[in-house]
Structures are given as structure tokens and as C-alpha cells.
Write a protein that binds this ligand. Structure first.
Ligand SMILES: [Cu+2]
Length: 145
């Protein structure tokens, strides 16, 4: 009885040892499956036609007109191409931008809503105004440097 138990024990040890070796071999296979991640590089600031900045204009609903950059009154902006989004909040007013190389009526008097245009600003002084009320002071200016 005791001898048989010893033989059984030895057999078990052999089986365990064999399975341990098998496990080691299995681990080697995992190294073959390496994942390669694709890296995407974004082209930045490449096109000369793309806008370099944003400006926001607002005319109405009262007798006020303004141009903002980054949420603040635009007083001095750098020369370049800009996306100008104008919110026209009244059918009594329009939005007209005048300056070096630009003479653009972005929104008409009867128009109400948003309009986005692309403007190229050069060094100098630009005036934005509501044409029917410019003489009453519904206008402003900003410098392009
Ligand atoms: Cu007006």
C-alpha cells in the first residue's frame, strides 16, 4: 500500500513537471503576436488659403455694431485671412466692412441671421458700419498690424 502511494506520487510529479514545461513553451508563442499601431500625423497650417483666425461681428438688434476676437472687442488684429461670422439681429441694420482691399457688405439691411465670409486683412484701419445709420454713429474701427 505504502509503496504504491509512493509510485503514484512520483507519477504525479512527472505529470506536473511535463505540464509546466508545456506552459513555458506556450508563453513563447505570445511574443509573435505584436500589435503595430498606426500613427497619424496631422498637417498643420499648410494651405495658404486657409483662414488664420476668427472674427465675430454683430449688428443690432439695437443701434449697435461690433467686431470681436476671442470674445473681446477687436481693436488690433494681425494681418491675415480671417473667417468673419456676422450675426445680424435686425432687419433695420446691415453689416459693411471697409478697409484696405476690402469693401464687403456681409449682411443686407433686410437680412436677419448669421453669415460667414472669409476676408483677407492687410495693414491699416478697417471700418465696420451699418450703412443707413453710420452717420448716427453706428460704426466702429479696428487696426490691422
Ligand atoms: Cu443700422
Amino acid at each position: 500500500m505504502i509503496r504504491n502511494a509512493a509510485i503514484l506520487g512520483a507519477a504525479l510529479a512527472l505529470v506536473l513537471g511535463a505540464s509546466a514545461c508545456g506552459g513555458g513553451g506556450g508563453n513563447g508563442n505570445d511574443e509573435a503576436s505584436t500589435t503595430t499601431e498606426a500613427t497619424t500625423t496631422e498637417a498643420s497650417g499648410g494651405g495658404g488659403a486657409s483662414a488664420s483666425g476668427k472674427l465675430e461681428g454683430e449688428t443690432g438688434p439695437s443701434f449697435s455694431i461690433e467686431v470681436k476676437q476671442n470674445g473681446e472687442d477687436a481693436e488690433s488684429v494681425k494681418a491675415g485671412t480671417y473667417t468673419l461670422k456676422v450675426e445680424d439681429k435686425s432687419d433695420q441694420h446691415n453689416f459693411h466692412l471697409i478697409g484696405p482691399g476690402v469693401d464687403k457688405v456681409v449682411t443686407d439691411v433686410g437680412f436677419v441671421g448669421d453669415k460667414t465670409v472669409t476676408v483677407t486683412l492687410k495693414k491699416g484701419t478697417y471700418t465696420y458700419q451699418c450703412d443707413p445709420h453710420a452717420s448716427s454713429g453706428m460704426k466702429g474701427t479696428f487696426e490691422v498690424t
